[in-house]
Design a protein around this ligand. Structure first.
Ligand SMILES: [Zn+2]
Length: 255
């Protein structure tokens, strides 16, 4: 399969939680896959855990942008927080990764970063800026030969599914006016059935031992009743932003 897939994630563990099934499925089908992780530096425990997770998912070696997690300064001692670093610089570092890996398709979070984490929201914004900048030879000429990815997919959930499982995930119904994860099902472009890869995804998630121990997203998933957990692990959903000139040149702005 002549297909190159690159994920951009905020933290070590997100590659497994959000796109683990997709990465395993495409790697098994012969695609070349990789993951850029915006926070945590080489030499930290979580970077080592990321290496194991990527190995399980068949996604090559870690590609770390080296910034600090918004909520953990020890994640990259001496480096700025990803959310505080100059946009010119963060976009440039990601452009260099895009031009080096030359993906056909790029995956990242939806505009809400899945669930609103500032590093995730920022990863979404930086990725969209970098994907477009990557093709322009006028921008970042030192970062390699220009490269145009053909599409960006944004990992998300159907809102209806989130509503259905909210109470078992969080122990209480959502409060009034509370922001929920996901988008209406009609806004989703792609549903991947990754049931055949759910064990690999689960194993990759558990490679992040310090996160399992900390009681993060994986504890939430583990606490779900089995049918609900299997449903969440077996399916991945994406919105799609096409960048290709797939249609003939148009003389109108038709949607
Ligand atoms: Zn994260």
């Amino acid at each position: 399969m002549d297909f190159r897939l690159l994920c951009v994630h905020a933290h070590p563990d997100d590659e497994a939680i959000w796109t683990g099934g997709t990465l395993a499925k495409y790697a098994d089908q012969g695609a070349t896959t990789a993951v850029v992780t915006c926070t945590w530096a080489a030499g930290t425990r979580r970077a080592a855990e990321l290496e194991r997770s990527l190995d399980i998912l068949g996604a090559g070696a870690p590609r770390l942008l080296g910034y600090a997690d918004a909520r953990n300064a020890a994640s990259a001692p001496g480096a700025p927080r990803f959310v505080d670093a100059p946009l010119e610089e963060t976009v440039g570092r990601l452009v260099a990764q895009l031009r080096q890996f030359r993906p056909d398709v790029v995956l990242t979070y939806d505009a809400y970063g899945g669930y609103g984490h500032p590093d995730h929201v920022h990863a979404h914004r930086v990725t969209l800026a970098a994907v477009e900048a990557s093709g322009y030879d006028q921008l970042y000429p030192e970062a390699g030969e220009p490269w145009w990815p053909r599409a960006v997919y944004l990992a998300t959930f159907p809102r209806e599914l989130v509503e259905q499982h909210y109470e078992s995930l969080f122990g209480a119904p959502p409060g009034p006016g509370q922001a929920l994860m996901g988008v209406p099902a009609g806004r989703i472009a792609v549903h991947l059935d990754v049931a055949a890869w759910k064990e690999r995804k689960w194993a990759a998630m558990h490679a992040h031992e310090s996160e399992v121990g900390r009681g993060a997203s994986m504890t939430l998933l583990t606490s779900l009743p089995e049918p609900a957990r299997t449903q969440l692990l077996s399916n991945e959903w994406y919105r799609r932003l096409p960048f290709t000139e797939e249609r003939p040149l148009s003389t109108t702005l038709e949607p």
